[in-house]
Design a protein. Structure first.
Length: 317
């Protein structure tokens, strides 16, 4: 299903109540249903979806629904019903979500970024002529206290306007802003990540090294090597678990870069003996080379198989 979504996260529970009261002054707000569900968020280890301003959600209750929406919530979103937890792109059923993720996800695995319980109330918004304008959902993001009780941590308002009533949704968003000003990182994803002890974009294999103009060459080199060491260490678990092939790829690149820095930047550390480190990084490269070659071969195998005459392809199955 493709539809239009407008969304606003509110940090104050009372803001949602005041907003509902203001809406009732101008429109007919008809309750439809209420439910409680588990919502999980997914992305790759290197945040490929987030970097493209996309959020993948999985709502689980009596049915399983997957939703791909814009970060921040305003725009077109895709929704599909299918069971299970797909890991790779080919695990997703054919449909709009798989089609949209194909150029973004690549060979990376989908990993759960965080989960939460949500209490949902759904309303129908009508005008004075009793015409249906949109569907509104109030989502209470819940947390459990030490005694096992559930409490609301934040409220998310979702608006699903019917065709021709997009301006009504925009008007309601302006009403929301008057009740509680929009804040940076207002997407519910940020709340769930915080509850999980994480933050978005907490990993990248790119050389975003925090160097400053007042650093000496020795300090800069140390900062760069520690940055690369962090990349090496953070990819080890994914390599050992064989989560996806990019963990080993990033690991090998960080190793090559470390060896290059150690061997090519001369006379920075007077008493530094580079030979043991050069040998160690060379060994890392040698001992992981065959695994990487196999990863590349398996990735390219379907394409290479298609190059053969059809009569020969089944011989490789």
């Amino acid at each position: 299903m493709k539809a239009l979504l407008f969304q606003r996260a509110l940090k104050k529970y009372g803001s949602a109540n005041r907003f509902i009261a203001k809406v009732r002054q101008k429109y007919i707000l008809k309750p439809l249903w209420k439910d409680q569900l588990s919502r999980s968020f997914y992305d790759s280890f290197d945040w490929r979806l987030f970097r493209e301003n996309l959020v993948l959600e999985h709502d689980s209750n009596q049915q399983d629904f997957w939703e791909l929406r814009p970060l921040g919530g305003n725009g077109r979103f895709l929704r599909q019903a299918f069971a299970g937890e797909p890991v790779f792109l080919e695990d997703l059923p054919h449909g709009p979500i798989r089609e949209a993720l194909a150029p973004v996800l690549g060979v990376r695995a989908l990993l759960k970024s965080g989960s939460t319980e949500i209490a949902v109330r759904c309303y129908e918004l009508r005008d004075e002529l009793d015409k249906i304008l949109l569907r509104m959902e109030r989502e209470n993001y819940l947390y459990t206290d030490t005694g096992g009780g559930l409490h609301t941590a934040m409220v998310n308002i979702r608006l699903f306007p019917y065709r021709g009533y997009e301006k009504t949704a925009e008007k309601l968003l302006r009403m929301l802003d008057k009740v509680e000003a929009a804040v940076e990182e207002a997407d519910p994803l940020h709340y769930v990540l915080h509850q999980s002890g994480r933050r978005a974009l907490d990993y990248s294999s790119k050389l975003n090294i925090p160097l400053t103009a007042d650093q000496t060459m020795g300090q800069a080199l140390t900062t760069a090597l520690l940055f690369l060491l962090d990349i090496l260490e953070r990819n080890i678990d994914g390599i050992l678990a064989d989560t996806d092939s990019e963990f080993l790829h990033d690991f090998r690149i960080a190793g090559r870069r470390s060896r290059s820095l150690i061997t090519q930047v001369k006379n920075i550390f007077p008493t530094f003996d580079e030979l043991p480190f050069k040998a160690a990084f060379s060994q890392l490269s040698v001992r992981t080379s065959e695994n990487r070659d196999l990863d590349v071969f398996l990735h390219e195998f379907p394409h290479k198989k298609d190059l053969l005459p059809e009569s020969m392809r089944q011989d490789l199955d």
